[in-house]
Design a protein around this ligand. Structure first.
Ligand code: RFL
Ligand code: PHB
Length: 389
């Protein structure tokens, strides 16, 4: 098989890139190692920034998001006994959209099916080759039969554990990593959300987040130990712990019910540099990971592929400037999101090893936020998302 752009991974990065390239008339094939149902079963992000919304609209995939998504003009922070509302709209003129990654992925999959572009699910042993020359290709097996996909470019949208980053010679890649000493235990339930807006909470017992997917479906997270096992967390245990971490007046109106999904995710910051190796490019979680506190992972994946789609469109229009600048432009935005996600994570979690001094620093930071519109504006500006650049 031959195409212009071979995309590895059918997560939001790969599928959105495919849609943007399709819009620009550029042929592309997506190779995904899992089944479509498996990809849709992963419960992840919930908050979209302006740039991600705009790209979905540009790709012609935003109908359901615009009809069913929940625009949010602010969120709440609870720190011990204190509360602060961050009025995103008043501080920045912008808002965010609560619309789940599962729904974004479903919309992109439906759009792709209608576009007629090829997607190979359950592709095994996917391996990029020849990207240091002008004729890259991807080898894979499908239904037990070896296949070859020739392309002008290979784009690694295959997530943190994918093959594309590992295919790059080690001496061509620099990586930066910070692993946090805790994880997030998430629970999804068909219960009305406890609050109209998201609440991020720092409590003596650890971080908690009250989020949602719709007016009927809530998503909650608790900071947990890295070696906690899901079996330790019955639904009852989760709800009881959440009730302890929510502000008392909010806890009083918590509606509980059976979980639809429960999972534990470790928290990590990670960046690989650069994002281009000849004719192989990395985008999304394949290139960088942020802890979920700032809700930036999916949004960064979207902004990477927004820049790449522009760059590839320019290439087929006769200019290599875009592909030459992709890595630098994307990384400039990535590092700012890394900084914000690290800062927000550091403020809102309990750290086992930073002692009384660390806690006083967090308290002073929150106190400063409460008293300074400038500090709130910095938070709001980063939360709603920086411009594509
Ligand atoms: P994905 O979604 O991991 O997709 C990669 C795809 O590549 C496939 N793949 C392969 N295919 C072929 N061959 C191989 N060898 C392959 N290896 C892997 C995988 O099966 C998969 O389908 O990466 P992508 O597209 O870059 O998207 C990134 C986002 O999924 C991620 O950043 C977000 O989910 C992060 N995240 C959040 N981001 C936000 O912007 N806002 C949020 O509110 C938010 N909340 C979250 C999150 C992530 C979480 N977890 C579980 C890590 C909350 C949580 C709990
Ligand atoms: C979510 O709803 O999954 C969610 C929302 C905000 C975050 C992280 C996750 O910061």
């Amino acid at each position: 098989m031959r195409t212009q752009v071979a995309i590895v991974g059918a997560g939001p990065a790969g599928l959105l890139l495919g849609a943007l390239l399709h819009r620009a008339g550029i042929d592309n094939v997506v190779l995904e190692q899992r089944s479509a149902d498996y990809v849709l079963g992963r419960i992840r992000a919930g908050v979209l920034e302006q740039v991600a919304m705009d790209l979905l609209r540009e790709a012609g995939v935003a109908g359901r998001m615009d009809a069913q998504g929940l625009p949010h003009r602010g969120f709440e922070m609870a720190f011990g006994e204190r509360r602060l509302r961050i009025d995103l709209h008043a501080l920045t003129g912008k808002q965010v959209m609560v619309y789940g990654q599962t729904e974004v992925t479903r919309d992109l999959m439906d759009h792709r099916r209608l576009s007629g572009r090829t997607t190979v699910y359950e592709a095994e042993d996917v391996q990029p080759h020849g990207f240091d020359g002008d004729h890259p290709w991807v080898g894979y097996r499908h239904g037990g039969i070896g296949q070859r996909l020739d392309a002008d470019f290979i784009i690694g949208c295959d997530g943190f554990h994918g093959v594309c980053r590992s295919a790059v010679p080690a001496d061509a890649l620099q990586t930066f990593e910070k692993v946090y000493p805790f994880g997030w235990l998430g629970l999804l339930a068909d219960t009305p959300p406890v609050n109209e807006e998201l609440i991020y909470g720092h409590t003596e017992r650890g971080f908690m987040l009250a989020s949602m997917r719709s007016h009927q479906r809530s998503r909650y997270y608790l900071q947990c130990l890295l070696d906690d096992k899901l079996e330790q967390w019955s639904d009852e245990a989760f709800w009881a712990e959440l009730r302890r971490r929510l502000p008392a007046d909010v806890a009083a109106r918590l509606a509980t019910g059976p979980s639809i999904e429960k999972s534990i995710a470790p928290l990590r910051s990670f960046v690989a540099e650069p994002l281009r190796f000849g004719r192989l490019f990395l985008a999304g979680d394949a290139a960088h990971i942020v802890p979920p506190t700032g809700a930036k992972g999916l949004n960064l994946a979207a902004s990477d592929v927004g820049l790449l789609a522009q760059a590839l469109t320019e290439f087929y229009g006769g200019s290599v400037a875009g592909i030459d600048h992709y890595s630098r432009r994307a990384l400039a935005r990535v590092w700012k999101a890394e900084r914000f996600s690290w800062w927000f994570t550091s403020l809102m979690h309990r750290f086992p090893d930073t002692g009384g001094f660390g806690l006083r620093m967090q308290q002073a930071e929150f106190d400063y936020l409460c008293g300074s519109v400038a500090a709130q504006t910095v938070l709001a500006e980063n939360y709603v998302g920086l411009p594509l650049g």
